[in-house]
Write a protein that binds this ligand. Structure first.
Ligand SMILES: [Ca+2]
Ligand SMILES: [Ca+2]
Ligand SMILES: [Ca+2]
Length: 450
């Protein structure tokens, strides 16, 4: 996460009185380190818990749990697939600390000192053999409770496997391999969700949940529906700021995100690269609703989509009032502002499928037709001129891809500064969001420093 690895959060929480079962004072710091000698009480790095679950059990609202680099599973029982890290209201879990293995245990860098929350409870995962995931946790992390305001900051969530029950049609367990948000308003900061496998979403959101994701990455997740995030049929509000979705794959709809009716997703400064859906919506698929009620609303601001593919042709984002099948199109209320949707002409270009609804598109560049290479809206979409969309390794969808505008790009100073929501202070790189008086289109502002 470029330039943001040291992002710190101060979280003000309501402090709850405990039943006196806990020795910690609310607002205290609890330490966890898998290298700890054991028999610790969590009061220092020297006395750290080795098991994150011990710290969660002890924590009260207002507490901060600091987790050293290392691998943590929700259980030591290799057969307990229902064990999960259940986020607690008002408790912050912060990963990325050097811990006792470091000269300065409190030094924090979420990439150098990776804290991995893994669902590989049977400890046999082999990336070349998907069968090794079948014994993994159903949900590595869970957030429940209507008022839950938990924070998960600076961890990698991986190895969730919420798909095994699909074969028995027990979908209640086929959702949210990495994170299951049942309710509440959890906050995820600087988190990476990778290599999770599920029926619906590395992250599954339902039950009126209102999660916020900031500087998070979804990478190499697989699901039948919504490989990165899947939203169930319930009210919801999801905020995604400075997030990256890369190489996620859906066997059905929504290579990165699938949203059912009844909610809103707001995305600012996000990047979608190389996501694939076998059905509709290479990056995003949204279930439209014929009578215009119970709709899901996407509010996309300064997002960049590149190389997201799906074989199912989108409802063209034009001003027509009929969908291709002749049925009436109702406005979804979705607004796309200052965004880039781009594919090579040879690709099956469908980043977003809006179902029966159509978005309002403002100062954005929309991708080309897969067959003709012609732009899909008038005026014609020009070549965007990214700095280096395949990166030095020549492969699309890897970390070295560079989607900053190149000199002369038509996205430079071509956006609108009058946006809803308002423009954030910085772009995806952490540079000022507005340079040269007018915001650029896409997730990155042009600077001549690269
Ligand atoms: Ca395993
Ligand atoms: Ca590359
Ligand atoms: Ca500018």
């Amino acid at each position: 996460m470029r330039g943001k690895a040291n992002l710190q959060r101060i979280v003000l929480c309501v402090l709850f009185l405990s039943a006196g079962l806990c020795t910690a004072v609310p607002g205290s710091v609890i330490y966890v380190d898998d290298d700890a000698a054991g028999a610790g009480n969590g009061t220092s790095w020297v006395e750290a818990f080795a098991d994150l679950q011990d710290a969660i059990a002890m924590a009260q609202g207002g507490d901060e749990i600091r987790v050293a680099q290392g691998l943590y599973t929700p259980t030591q029982d290799p057969l307990d697939r229902d064990a999960t890290f259940d986020l607690k209201d008002g408790v912050s879990i912060l990963g990325g600390y050097a811990g006792s293995a470091g000269m300065y245990p409190d030094f924090r860098h979420t990439e150098f000192f990776a804290t991995i929350l893994s669902g590989d409870i049977d400890r046999n995962d082999d990336s070349a053999d998907p069968n090794t995931k079948e014994g993994n946790s159903r949900h590595v992390v869970t957030c429940a409770g209507p008022g839950n305001a938990a924070v998960l900051d600076g961890v990698i969530v991986t190895g969730g496997y919420a798909a095994g029950d699909i074969r028995t049609h027990n979908y209640s367990d086929g959702r949210g391999g990495g994170v299951f948000c049942r309710s509440g308003a959890p906050e995820f900061i600087n988190c990476v969700f990778r290599d999770n496998y599920s029926g619906s979403g590395a992250v599954y959101v339902t039950g009126g949940s209102r999660p916020v994701f900031t500087h998070c990455i979804w990478q190499d997740n697989y699901a039948n529906t919504g490989a990165a995030i899947c939203v169930g049929r319930s009210s919801y509000l999801i905020r995604l700021d400075y997030c990256i979705f890369r190489r996620n794959t859906a066997g059905g709809k929504g290579g990165a995100i699938y949203a059912d009716i009844m909610g809103e997703i707001q995305m600012v400064n996000c990047l979608f690269v190389g996501n694939t859906a076998s059905d509709s919506g290479g990056a995003i698929s949204c279930r439209g609703h014929i009578d215009g009620t119970g709709r899901s609303v996407f509010n996309l601001l300064n997002c960049t989509f590149y190389g997201n593919t799906s074989p199912v042709f989108d409802t063209p984002p034009t001003n027509s009032t009929e969908s291709p099948d002749g049925s009436r199109v109702y406005s979804s209320g979705s607004i796309i502002t200052n965004c880039i949707f781009y594919n090579e002409p040879s690709e099956m270009a469908v980043s977003i499928k809006f179902g029966r609804s159509e978005p309002l598109i403002i100062t954005s560049i929309y991708e080309k037709e897969p067959e003709s290479g012609q732009p899909r809206i008038v005026p014609p979409a020009p070549d965007v001129l990214f700095a280096n969309p395949y990166g030095p390794d020549g492969i699309q969808g890897t970390e070295d891809d560079d989607f900053r505008p190149a000199p002369g790009s038509p996205v430079i100073d071509a956006g609108t500064n009058e946006t809803v929501p308002k423009l954030p202070p910085t772009d995806l790189d952490g540079n000022p969001r507005i340079l040269n008086a007018i915001v650029d289109i896409g997730a990155y502002e042009f600077t001549d420093s690269f």
